[in-house]
Design a binder for this molecule. Structure first.
Ligand SMILES: [Zn+2]
Length: 97
């Protein structure tokens, strides 16, 4: 444990200060303890451990879209999938909403 940070400010003193984990891990644990969003530091929503309502909704929407796209691909032939990927290499085919 060091007495000062190299920026000159004293290190944060709390239950995580002396844990043998990285600064990044301590930062995440503090966010979790204070119920703050990982992205914008607003209070988290009840449904989520890490995100506020708008960011949680954004992530939920993305994951639902990904599941739907996977389900669609399952019913496509390999040839159809390859054809679409040749045009949009980074995107999964169909369903863009
Ligand atoms: Zn947020």
């Amino acid at each position: 444990m060091t007495l000062t940070h190299r920026s000159g400010r004293p290190p944060i003193q709390d239950e995580f200060t002396d844990l043998p984990i990285t600064a990044q891990a301590k930062f995440l644990r503090r966010l979790e303890r204070d119920h703050k969003c990982k992205i914008c530091r607003q209070p988290t929503c009840e449904a989520s451990r890490w995100y506020c309502l708008p960011h949680w909704q954004e992530r939920e929407t993305k994951s639902i879209q990904a599941q739907q796209n996977k389900a669609i691909e399952r019913y496509m032939t390999n040839r159809e999938v390859r054809k679409i990927r040749a045009i949009h290499p980074k995107r999964r085919p169909f369903r863009d909403y």
